[in-house]
Design a protein around this ligand. Structure first.
Ligand code: NHR
Ligand code: GAR
Length: 216
């Protein structure tokens, strides 16, 4: 792709394996972008170590030092705006963001959520899928809107749930898929193939169905 690379900021709270997949895809140029900064709200997050190892500038904004959610969100936005990104990628980011924050980056803000949305919004999705004896589980990449885990789905990946699965086994099966689909969707946004219009997701000008680009 000849077009100019998009500037990507990744926001992560945890191990950063999805961040790593996107960093690696940018390095291999399978994503038409470059990760200009990684921000974590957790001081010891492995995501920060990964950024350092990949020579990606990083910063920690510890949410615990802020008196309220809005002041954390303002500080996070300042840290993002300092590098003028085109795209902001939430990769295992664990703090709910204010409506004002989401509105500011609407259409540029992606998340990956470990369930087949609209099933299992919120936390502990693996345990809930096991408790319900689901036969399949999966993950969804979606545009972030003010409605928590409610933004339109762009792409999902499904995995089987086996009878004696543990949360960890199911999570690692899902993560293998996440590391494939998240870079793919980030690249679509880099190449302006997807867009958020009237709170709906579009791919090459066509409105996507509820499950995104493909469901099977
Ligand atoms: N913010 C908005 N406005 N909309 C979304 O869709 C968002 C969002 C912020 C984060 C990621 C999401 C997920 O993929 C995400 C989507 C954290 C929580 C949560 O309850 C819920 C959903 C997501 C991330 N967080 C607790 C909180 O009080 C803290 C939990 C903890 O620290 O362990 O912020 O699932
Ligand atoms: C991912 O599986 C992602 O779907 C999930 O956390 C994991 C982060 O892993 N996200 C959420 O649960 C958001 N609430 P990683 O840090 O290794 O990318």
């Amino acid at each position: 792709m000849a077009s100019i690379k998009k500037r990507i900021v990744i926001v992560a709270s945890g191990s950063g394996s999805n961040a790593q997949a996107i960093i690696d895809a940018c390095a291999k140029e399978t994503v038409n972008g470059s990760v200009v900064k990684l921000i974590s709200n957790v001081p010891n997050a492995e995501a920060l170590t990964r950024a350092a190892q990949s020579n990606i500038p990083s910063n920690c904004i510890d949410h615990k030092i802020f008196s309220d959610r809005d002041s954390f969100d303002v500080a996070l936005a300042e840290e993002i705006d300092a590098v003028q990104p085109d795209i902001i990628v939430l990769a295992g980011f664990m703090r709910i963001l204010s409506d004002e924050f989401v509105a500011k980056y609407l259409g540029k803000l992606l998340n990956i959520h470990p369930s087949l949305l609209p099933k299992y919004t919120g936390m502990r999705t693996y345990q809930r899928a096991l408790d319900n004896e689901d036969h399949e589980h999966g993950t969804s990449v979606h545009f972030v809107t003010p409605e928590l885990d409610g933004g339109p789905v762009i792409l999902q990946a499904k995995v089987p749930v086996f009878e004696d699965d543990t949360v960890d086994e199911l999570a690692s099966r899902v993560k293998v898929q996440e590391h494939k689909i998240y870079p793919l969707v980030v690249n679509w946004l880099c190449n302006d193939r997807i867009a958020l219009i009237d709170m709906k997701a579009f791919f090459d000008g066509q409105e996507l169905p509820e499950c995104g680009y493909a469901s099977d």
